[in-house]
Design a protein around this ligand. Structure first.
Ligand code: ADP
Length: 482
């Protein structure tokens, strides 16, 4: 399960995720756009209604002025005209004089009364006022009536109020709102259906993957993941197969290692058994023979012990991982000490062991593990050498790394073996290596140690001439990023 900020995150359902995505991307913007469009329609409709009412009002004002209706409202033609316009508007028309007295009301209810409405008062000061009363679904246009003889005359003679019903707009809006709700519902249902369809389309390859992985786990099927429904699942399959291959190769090399270990451990035991059986089967074997056989058995025990010790070192290196005991080490002193320890073997083999330090070097290393790495290299240089040969060890550094070179004048390594010499239990000449007490683990241990210090090891060799190992390690230990 995923963790973020120490909290466990619950896995999301694909279905819910797709549904929310569709609602967020499709339905919500759709609803907003439709809502906006309705609002726009309402505004535009009202505007055009107001313009047409204003035009009508202008005509009526002209007529009122021209017949002097304010002073004598007995003009039948105009009265009829006012009524018919009011009827056509499903509304009311009122004519007020300059003292706000109602001269004509097409409803006939307020005639003779004085009405002090805000709009009428504003219109008296010469302004035209339009208002929309959403509650009663009407627009009210209030225009001043001025003398027809002078256009820019400030004096206002009266006020014309026209009320027009906007029921038709409201009806249209209601109709559109119903359509809008219907479309929203359809969209919602469609998005539920679509999210089901899409999520199952996405889920199908995931289910396929789950099943294939389970099959691989149970050793069924082709043993590889092949889900090529989408390019993404195909990429996941490829990566998964890569990891699988890597794991299989690790498993193979582990099995090979175990079988090598068993074989290597069995060899000295078999020799001991043969030696013991043959001496036991001899009647009256001389004491010297016993001594000789026992010495051989002792050698085999030493060999077994060496293999076990090397194995233990290797396992410890593998297991300890990053657990190095890093300290500041005077490398010149350390190298001198190691060579001093090995000089008796070199003397015995009649090999000249020489150390050369180019500069004082102090480095951050694990002293025990690094000593093991260098000891193996120098010991090999002595072991696989010739009488009168040399092993030349040198120490140098730049501002970033220190370098150890172990160069010998020994038998060299055949070209086709060079790539294998760091493998566990690999030996160029098994019987020769056995004779000189090799286990085939020394260089594997060395490489592990160098790599743990984030260093590098390289080898050059010419058969019959000698071998050179070059080790390069950073002077300052680089902490592994966790
Ligand atoms: P071993 O215990 O057999 O020496 P190593 O892992 O140290 O195992 O070395 C692996 C093999 O590489 C050796 O068996 C040997 O054949 C070859 N080898 C290593 N070092 C040298 C060297 N300096 N000169 C020649 N051959 C070497």
């Amino acid at each position: 399960m995923n963790k973020r900020n120490g909290k466990e995150r619950k896995p999301k359902s694909i279905k819910l995720f797709v549904f929310i995505a569709i609602i967020a991307v499709g339905v919500i913007p759709g609803m907003l756009i439709m809502g906006g469009a309705m609002r726009l329609y309402e505004d535009r409709s009202l505007q055009s209604e107001v313009s047409s009412v204003l035009a009508e009002a202008k005509l009526l004002v002209n007529q009122i002025e021209s017949v002097g209706y304010l002073n004598d409202p007995t003009n039948d033609a105009l009265t009829t005209n006012l009524s018919s316009v009011g009827n056509a508007y499903f509304g009311r028309i009122m004519v007020l004089d300059s003292s706000l007295r109602v001269i004509r009301d097409t409803y006939g209810v307020d005639e003779g009364r004085i009405v002090v409405w805000n709009n009428a008062v504003t219109a008296l000061s010469g302004e035209t006022v339009n208002t929309y009363d959403r509650g009663h679904s009407v627009i009210i246009v209030t225009v001043p009536i001025r003398s027809a003889y002078s256009e820019d005359q400030k004096e206002v003679d009266g006020v014309l109020i026209i009320t027009k019903s906007t029921d038709s707009i409201s009806r249209n809006i209601k109709f559109y709102r119903e359509i809008f709700i219907l479309v929203t519902l359809v969209l919602l249902f469609a998005s539920v259906g679509l999210s089901f369809y899409l999520s199952s389309a996405v889920k199908k390859p995931v289910e396929k993957m789950k099943k294939s992985i389970l099959d691989i786990k149970n050793g069924l099927g082709s043993g590889t993941l092949e889900v090529n429904d989408f390019s993404e699942t195909s990429e996941i399959s490829e990566s998964f197969n890569g990891v699988l291959e890597q794991m299989r190769s690790i498993d193979d090399s582990r099995q090979e290692f175990v079988s090598n270990v068993s074989h290597e451990l069995k060899t000295p035991l078999t020799s001991m058994k043969v030696l013991a059986d043959s001496i036991n089967s001899m009647e009256d074997a001389p004491i010297d023979m016993y001594k000789e056989f026992m010495a051989d058995i002792g050698n085999e025990i030493d060999r077994e012990t060496k293999i076990i010790n090397d194995l233990l070192s290797l396992v410890k290196l593998d297991k300890s991982g990053n657990a190095l005991n890093i300290t500041q080490v005077n490398m010149n002193e350390l190298m001198e000490l190691l060579l001093k320890r090995l000089s008796p073997i070199a003397e015995k083999q009649k090999v000249d062991l020489v150390m050369e330090s180019f500069r004082p070097v102090t480095a951050e290393v694990d002293e025990v593990k690094f000593s093991l790495a260098i000891m193996n290299l120098v010991e090999n240089g002595i072991k696989y050498n010739v009488e009168g040969g040399y092993v030349h060890v040198s120490l140098n550094a730049d501002h970033q790394y220190f370098f150890v070179r172990v160069e010998d004048s020994g038998m060299g390594i055949p070209e086709d073996s060079i790539s294998h010499i760091f493998d566990r239990f690999y030996r160029v000449d098994k019987s020769h290596s056995r004779e000189i007490g090799g286990t085939g683990l020394g260089l594997a241990i060395t490489k592990n140690c160098v790599v743990m210090h984030h260093g590098e090891i390289k080898v050059r060799s010419t058969e019959g001439e000698g071998t050179t190992f070059d080790v390069r390690v950073p002077l300052r230990y680089i902490e592994e990023e966790k």
